[in-house]
Design a protein around this ligand. Structure first.
Ligand code: AMP
Length: 439
C-alpha cells in the first residue's frame, strides 16, 4: 500500500500581500489619477528594474539609515554581483537619468513611476515588506515654484481621491547649512545622551537629523527643545524656502510648518515635506508619503551637479485610508450587454454572438457555464449590464433574440440579424436619457 502523503499548505510570505480583484478598483482609480496628473503637469512615465546594485542605495539613501542598514533585501547573484531589491525608487530614477544622458534634454526632466518597493520592515497594518509607491521627480531645476508645484501635485492627487490631507513642510537647508546645523544638534544632545533610546544613541553621530523624528516618547520630549533648522539656514536657503511658502499660500494648500520633518534619507536638501491624512477617528495623523529636494544626488552618483526634487506616496496606505474614510468610488464603466443562453444549441450560438459583439466594440459579458435564466439574470445584475440578450430554442427557431432592459425589466423580441443596430439604438437612447437626468 502506498503511504498517504501529508499535504503541506502553501502560504503567503510574511509581509507580502495579494491584491485581490475586489481591491483592484482602488488600484485602477489611483493609477488613472496619477496618470492624469502626470499628463497635465508634463511628467513622463519611467520604469526602472526592481533589482539594482546594492551600492546604489548605500551611496545615496545612506549606509547609516534604517532602510539600508536593516531593511534591504540584499543578495549575491549567481555571477557574484552584490544586488538588492529596491527599497525606494528615486536613486534608480537618478541612475537612469545619468546613464541615459538625460541632462542633455531640456530641463527639468519630469518623470513619474508607480511600482513595488521592498523593505524588510516589521509588518503591521499598512506596513508591508513589498509595497507600492507612486512618485514624481523633477530633475534639473531649483526654482522654488517647482517645489511648490511638486507639493501641490502630492496634495491635490490625494485630495482628489477623497482624502482629507495636510502637508507639513520644512527646510533641511543646503549642504553647508545642514552640516552646520548637525554640529549644533550634536552639541545639544551631548549631555542628554543617556536619556536617548538605543537607536538614537547610535544615530547621534551617524544620522543626527533622525533624532528629531524618533517615535520614542523620551526622545520626542528631548526633541521639543532642540534648536531649529530654520534658525540655521543660509540666506539662500531661507530665501528659497520663503518663496516656496509664498507659492503654497497662493495655491491655497493646507500646510503647516514642522521643524521636525527631516525625511529619513541622506540625500535630502532644502525643501522637505510629508503628507498626512487627518480624518482618522483616533485623531492620529497618518503619513501617506513625503518628498524633498535632493540637489546633491545626481552629483553623488557621478553626474553633473543638478538640482532636483521628488516625492513618493504609498499606494496601500492610500487605499487603507480611502477604505476607512468610506470614499465613494465611481465604479466606472459597466457592461453594455450580458448574453444569457438556454440549452446547448443556444449556448453554441451565444458563444459566436459573444465574439461577434466583442469584435464590434460592445462591452459584453457572460457566464456560459450557467444553465438557468434566473441565475444568469442575477449575474447580469451583479455585473451591472445595461441589457441582457436572451436566447433559447424558440429564438433559434424564429431567428430572433430577446432584449431585456435590466433597469425596467421590459423585454422585446428583435430580429437576430438586426441585433447590433437594435442594441446601438437602445444604448444611444440610454445615453440621452442619462444626460437629461444629469441636467
Ligand atoms: P518613504 O519612502 O519612507 O518616505 O515612504 C513614503 C511612503 O511610502 C510612506 O508614507 C508610506 O505611505 C509608504 N511606505 C513606506 N514604507 C512602507 C511599508 N513598509 N509598507 C507600506 N507602505 C510603506
Amino acid at each position: 500500500m502506498v503511504a498517504k502523503k501529508k499535504k503541506v499548505k502553501v502560504q503567503l510570505v510574511k509581509g507580502m500581500k495579494d491584491i485581490l480583484p475586489d481591491e483592484q478598483l482602488y488600484w485602477n482609480i489611483i493609477r488613472e489619477k496619477v496618470e492624469n496628473f502626470a499628463r497635465n503637469y508634463g511628467f513622463s512615465r519611467i520604469d526602472t528594474p526592481i533589482v539594482e546594485f546594492t551600492n546604489l542605495f548605500k551611496r545615496t539613501v545612506g549606509e547609516d539609515t534604517d532602510v539600508v542598514s536593516k531593511e534591504m533585501y540584499s543578495f549575491v547573484s549567481q555571477g557574484g554581483d552584490k544586488l538588492s531589491l529596491r527599497p525606494e525608487n528615486t536613486a534608480s530614477v537618478v541612475r537612469s537619468y545619468i546613464e541615459h544622458g538625460m541632462l542633455n534634454l531640456p530641463q527639468p526632466v519630469k518623470l513619474f513611476y508607480i511600482g513595488p518597493q521592498f523593505r524588510h520592515d516589521n509588518p503591521q497594518a499598512g506596513r508591508y515588506r513589498q509595497f507600492w509607491q507612486f512618485g514624481f521627480e523633477a530633475i534639473g531645476d531649483d526654482d522654488p515654484v517647482i517645489d511648490a508645484q511638486m507639493i501641490a501635485i502630492s496634495y491635490f492627487i490625494l485630495k482628489d481621491l477623497g482624502l482629507d490631507i495636510e502637508i507639513q513642510v520644512n527646510s533641511v537647508g543646503d549642504s553647508i547649512s545642514r552640516t552646520e546645523y548637525i554640529k549644533v544638534l550634536k552639541k545639544y544632545y551631548q549631555d542628554k545622551k543617556k536619556s536617548l533610546c538605543k537607536d538614537c544613541s547610535l544615530r547621534l553621530n551617524k544620522n543626527t537629523l533622525r533624532l528629531l523624528d524618533c517615535k520614542n516618547k523620551k526622545c520626542q520630549e528631548l526633541s521639543e527643545e532642540t534648536p531649529q533648522m530654520v534658525d540655521h539656514l543660509s540666506e539662500d536657503s531661507k530665501e528659497h524656502f520663503m518663496a516656496v511658502l509664498e507659492y503654497l499660500d497662493e495655491l491655497d494648500i493646507k500646510y503647516s510648518l514642522n521643524p521636525k520633518i527631516v525625511r529619513g534619507l541622506d540625500y535630502y536638501t532644502r525643501t522637505a515635506w510629508e503628507i498626512f491624512e487627518c480624518s482618522s477617528k483616533d485623531g492620529k495623523l497618518n503619513a501617506l508619503g513625503g518628498g524633498g529636494r535632493y540637489d546633491n544626488l545626481v552629483d553623488m552618483l557621478g553626474g553633473r551637479e543638478t538640482p532636483a526634487i521628488g516625492f513618493a506616496i504609498g499606494v496601500e496606505r492610500v487605499i487603507m485610508k480611502m477604505q476607512e474614510a468610506k470614499v465613494e468610488l465611481d465604479k466606472g464603466k459597466k457592461f453594455d450587454i450580458y448574453i444569457a443562453q438556454l440549452g446547448i444549441e443556444a449556448r453554441k450560438k451565444a458563444m459566436h454572438l459573444f465574439e461577434e459583439l466583442r469584435l464590434a466594440g460592445f462591452s459584453v459579458t457572460e457566464n456560459m457555464s450557467k444553465k438557468g435564466l434566473r441565475d444568469q439574470l442575477e449575474m447580469a445584475n451583479k455585473k451591472g449590464a445595461v441589457f441582457t440578450l436572451i436566447m433559447g430554442q424558440k429564438e433559434i427557431a424564429d431567428e430572433t433574440i430577446l432584449i431585456r432592459d435590466m433597469e425596467s425589466g421590459v423585454q422585446e423580441i428583435v430580429d437576430y440579424k438586426k441585433i447590433k443596430s437594435e442594441i446601438r439604438k437602445r444604448l444611444d437612447k440610454n445615453i440621452t436619457k442619462n444626460l437629461k437626468l444629469k441636467k
